[in-house]
Each structure stands twice: as structure tokens, then as C-alpha cells.
Design a protein around this ligand. Structure first.
Ligand SMILES: Cc1ncc(COP(=O)(O)O)c(C=O)c1O
Length: 413
């Protein structure tokens, strides 16, 4: 089979309509949408019985290993609209030394840093931009903590779509630069991501751009859903016991939960579900607070601060969907301090040779904490998400040097 078969072979599509995630009212497919009438996210619905007839595990197994192998379960209808940069299936990396050290069960890291633009935001944004192209959108705007803006810029540029991006002023430098270099116009804003979101929302009427904010656009969830499809296939159509997900807007959590339901409906997996754990930073933990208080929605987190900038999201429009996935799965929400995040990053790199991003390191810190307090058992198979390549973030400078003009003391090595 050709390498680009998933991108070039037309396959049947099964989207029937979109549905309000809160009220359940329906909206037509193949039209531009943001939120539902109730101001809530829209979910894409499929003819699952049709997919069940059209798709087999065997047919999937021989397709090229990228996220487009699941085309029947995705919303893009025509090959010509796919804005791909090579969205490879990301590997599951075992951490055997650390599980031995902790006397724990198997620890797997789904390493999303291998994707185009170096983060899992590529999954959501390739879908949003491909659908934007299919629906004739010419200008997309977005608030971002960095990685999502970079992915939007890359894919939109590929499709000739104009892009305007707003990020907090202290967003990692590499993110601000990559957004601009990849063809978008980026502005630093003296505020947090939700302040940037207000600018995008106001500009919708005034400029006419499309608001591509997390969950105000229906297709990013479908892209992130492929994380759940992929990991189930990689585990032989099974699920791990527990998934630790670094939660900002929560698109990936919501997407994976939707993936498992759809996989069960088409007969690919059974009723067993992983416990879904929302990992947040202690300096910005609205979901953890809501989970502990037993509320359906989360209150805005004031003065949000953390080194894990991707999860510095004080308020999320899909809060109720994240909390629903966590509760229905009998999972939990957990906060970790920046000190623990840094220590986790160091430990995984030193012991296993795997350089995580701070948000990914937060999941390992949360795993350790949950093992220690008994919320995860020593026999659980745990899956952690490394959502971006560690190479995007500032690393400590090494001062050690050698003067080659002086005699070298080889005894020191
Ligand atoms: C590296 C990283 N991790 C995690 C997240 C949070 O992802 P989600 O919006 O799916 O919760 C982000 C979002 O910006 C991110 O950039």
C-alpha cells in the first residue's frame, strides 16, 4: 500500500449531524458552526452502524500508520481538503526502569512530541483547518498558550487561509516565533488565554474572522479523538487501566472519551474503560477544585501561574465535559506543584532518556503522587501523555568545559 494511501484514496464518510453537548439539539453537517444556541460545544455525530459495516480491524491494520487511517470515523469528506503535514501514529514508550524503581505496574508514555509542529495540537488543528478549507473559511483567529497557535499557523498556511493569533505575553519564545515563521500574524497580549479569547470573540463580528478557540469550533475534538482510537489499536483493541492527561481546555480528554464510546458502538472494544485522570498544575487547577467540590462546572481560577504553560487555562468552556469523563470513568482530578513537575522532568530524562515537556512531566508527577496515596494500584497499567516535544522548552545550560590546549586529565572521566 502507498505511503500516502490514507490521504489519496477516497473513502466513505459517515457524519450525520452535529449535536449540542449540553442540550442534545441537532445542527446540520457541512455548514460553518461555532457554539450551539445554548452557547455550548458541538459534538460531531456519525452513522455508527454504517461505520460498523464499512470498517474492519483487518482493513485498518494494513493502512499506513498515520491518524488518517481512521477516515471513516473522521469528518473530512474529500481527500483534496486534507491539510496534512504527516500526522504519524505516535509511539507508546515503556518506562521499565521507573516502574521497577516505584515497584509499580507498567508505565507507558504516548509521545505526542513526534507530530508535526512538535505537539498533539497538530491532531486537532489539522482537522479544524481541513474542515475550514472544506467549508470555505478564509480567515481563522485563535487565542493560544503556544502550541495550538503553532499548529494552526502551519496548517492554515498550507491551505492559503489567513491566520491571526493572540497569546499571553509570557508564552514560550519558541512558540511565538514558530507561529509567526509559519505564516500567521501573532500578537502578545498582557493577559491570560481567556483574555486573548475575548479579543477573538469580539473580532468575530468586527473583522469577520472565524473563531477557532478550543471547543468553540467543533472539529478539534475529532482530531484529538484519534489519540483514543490509536492507543486502543496499539494495545490490541484494549484500553489501559488509567490515563493521565494534562488538562487545559480538555479537548483531548473529551475526544478520547468520545473515541472509546464510538469504538464500543462499532464493536472494536468492549465496555471496559480506563479511569480518566485530569492532571493540572497547583497554580491553575479549576477542574480539580470543581471535581473535589462535586460541581458540574468549574469556577475561573484567578492569578493562574505555572511553568506548564499549556495547562495554564483559568476557565474552560468544556469544563462539564471533562468532569463528566472523569466521573463516568471513576477517575479523578489531581494537581501537582511546579517543583514536582520539574523534578519529574529531570527524573524521566535521566532514568529513561525520554525528554518530556513540562505538561507531560506533570502527568508523571501526578502518577507518582497517585501511586503513593493509593489512588492508583501497583498492578494498574498506566498511560501518560507527553503532549509536546521537550525540545521546545528552555533547558538548563551546561557549564562544564574543557580547554583542549591544556593537558587533559583522563582520570576524571
Ligand atoms: C503542551 C500542552 N499540553 C497540554 C495542553 C492542554 O491540552 P487540552 O486543551 O487538550 O487540555 C496544551 C494546550 O495548550 C499544551 O500545549
Amino acid at each position: 500500500m502507498k505511503d500516502d494511501d490514507n490521504l489519496t484514496t477516497e473513502r466513505p464518510t459517515f457524519v450525520t449531524h452535529l449535536e449540542c453537548a449540553m442540550q442534545g439539539d441537532h445542527y446540520p453537517a457541512d455548514q460553518v458552526h461555532n457554539l450551539s444556541k445554548a452557547g455550548k460545544p458541538l459534538l460531531v455525530r456519525y452513522d455508527l452502524a454504517g461505520i460498523k459495516k464499512a470498517l474492519s480491524k483487518e482493513a485498518l491494520a494494513i493502512r499506513p500508520a498515520d491518524m488518517w487511517r481512521y477516515r471513516e470515523m473522521l469528518p473530512v469528506r474529500k481527500c483534496e481538503d486534507i491539510a496534512s503535514l504527516g500526522e504519524v501514529m505516535t509511539p507508546l514508550i515503556h518506562l521499565p526502569r521507573l516502574s521497577k524503581k516505584l515497584s509499580s505496574g507498567e508505565i507507558l508514555v504516548k509521545d505526542e512530541g513526534r507530530l508535526p509542529t512538535g505537539s498533539f495540537k497538530a491532531r486537532g488543528l489539522v482537522m479544524a483547518v481541513s474542515m475550514g478549507k472544506a467549508l470555505g473559511i478564509s480567515h481563522m483567529a485563535m487565542p493560544t498558550n503556544g502550541n495550538a497557535g503553532a499548529a494552526l499557523a502551519a496548517y492554515a498556511t498550507r491551505c492559503g487561509i489567513k491566520t491571526t493569533v493572540f497569546c499571553p505575553a509570557d508564552t514560550p519564545e519558541v512558540n511565538v516565533s514558530e507561529i509567526e515563521v509559519q505564516g500567521a500574524t501573532v500578537y502578545r497580549v498582557n493577559g491570560l488565554i481567556d483574555d486573548c479569547g475575548k479579543i477573538v470573540a469580539e473580532g468575530k463580528a468586527k473583522v469577520g474572522w472565524f473563531d477557532t478557540s478550543t471547543l468553540k469550533e467543533p472539529y478539534r475534538i475529532e482530531g484529538k479523538k484519534t489519540m483514543g482510537l490509536e492507543l486502543a489499536e496499539q494495545l490490541g483493541w484494549d484500553v489501559p487501566d488509567v490515563i493521565f492527561y494534562p488538562t487545559g481546555g480538555g479537548t483531548g480528554m473529551i475526544g478520547m472519551w468520545k473515541a472509546f464510546a464510538e469504538l464500543e458502538a462499532i464493536g472494536f472494544i468492549g465496555a471496559r474503560r480506563p479511569r480518566m485522570v485530569a492532571v493540572q498544575a497547583a497554580g491553575c487547577a479549576p477542574m480539580v477544585q470543581a471535581f473535589e467540590n462535586g460541581t458540574e462546572h468549574a469556577r475561573r481560577w484567578d492569578d493562574a501561574q505555572t511553568i506548564a504553560s499549556g495547562i495554564r487555562v483559568p476557565q474552560a468552556i468544556g469544563d462539564f465535559l471533562v468532569l463528566r469523563a472523569v466521573r463516568e470513568s471513576k477517575g479523578f482530578a489531581i494537581a501537582v506543584t511546579d517543583e514536582k513537575i520539574s523534578a519529574a522532568l529531570d527524573e524521566v530524562a535521566r532514568e529513561e532518556g525520554l525528554l518530556l515537556c513540562p505538561e507531560g512531566a506533570a502527568t508523571y508527577a501526578a502518577y507518582q503522587q497517585s501511586l503513593a496515596d493509593g489512588r492508583v494500584s501497583k498492578s494498574d497499567r498506566a498511560l501518560l501523555f507527553n503532549c509536546a516535544t521537550g525540545l521546545k522548552y528552555p533547558l538548563p545550560r551546561v557549564a562544564r568545559a574543557l580547554d583542549r590546549l591544556q593537558p587533559i586529565d583522563y582520570a576524571r572521566f
